[in-house]
Design a protein around this ligand. Structure first.
Ligand code: CUA
Length: 163
C-alpha cells in the first residue's frame, strides 16, 4: 500500500461525513431561499441624528397610525430617547395585531411591556420591529430595560389597551 492510498473504510467514512456536511449546508440554503429567512445581521438602518427629518419617525408621524396595514394590523411608531418613549401615551385596541416600530434618537434603550411578548432592544441606527397582541384591556407600562443613563429608572410610557 503506497502512502497516498486511503484505506477503504476511511474512504467510506470520509464520503459519509462530506455528504452530511453537504446536507447541512443544503438545508440552510434551502430554508434561507424558500422561507425568506435571513440572518439577524440583516436589519433596517436609520440615521438616529436626523430622525425628526425622516419619513417615518418625524414628530407628526409618531404614535398609532390611522391607516391599518394590509393585513389589518395597526402600526405604532415610537421614538426612544433620554428619558422617555415618544409619544408618552398610546392607546391600542385589544385583540388586534400591533406592529411596533421603534428607533432611538440617542443611545441604546430597550422597550418592554411586562407580562407580554413586547420586549426588544432599541439600538441607535436601527429600526426595531416587534409584533404583539394584547388580549386584555387595561393600562400597561412600557419600560426601558437597557441602562441608558441617570434617568433610566424613570423612562417609561403608558400603553392603554381598550376593549
Ligand atoms: Cu432608556 Cu434605559
Amino acid at each position: 500500500m503506497s502512502r497516498l492510498e486511503i484505506d477503504e473504510l476511511e474512504r467510506k467514512w470520509l464520503s459519509v461525513s462530506l455528504a452530511m456536511i453537504g446536507l447541512f449546508v443544503g438545508a440552510i440554503v434551502v430554508t434561507a431561499v424558500s422561507q425568506g429567512v435571513h440572518p439577524p445581521s440583516h436589519v433596517e438602518t436609520i440615521d438616529s441624528a436626523s430622525l425628526h427629518l425622516s419619513q417615518e419617525f418625524a414628530e407628526d408621524k409618531l404614535g398609532v397610525q390611522p391607516t391599518p396595514l394590509a393585513d389589518g394590523s395597526l402600526q405604532v411608531r415610537l421614538v426612544a430617547g433620554r428619558y422617555g418613549f415618544y409619544p408618552r401615551e398610546i392607546e391600542v385596541p385589544a385583540g388586534r395585531r400591533i406592529v411596533f416600530r421603534m428607533a432611538s434618537m440617542d443611545v441604546l434603550h430597550g422597550a418592554h411591556i411586562p407580562m407580554t411578548n413586547m420586549s426588544t432592544m432599541i439600538v441607535p441606527g436601527y429600526v426595531s420591529e416587534v409584533v404583539s397582541v394584547f388580549p386584555k384591556p387595561g393600562e400597561y407600562p412600557m419600560l426601558c430595560n437597557e441602562y441608558c443613563g441617570l434617568g433610566h429608572d424613570h423612562m417609561w410610557s403608558k400603553v392603554t389597551v381598550i376593549a
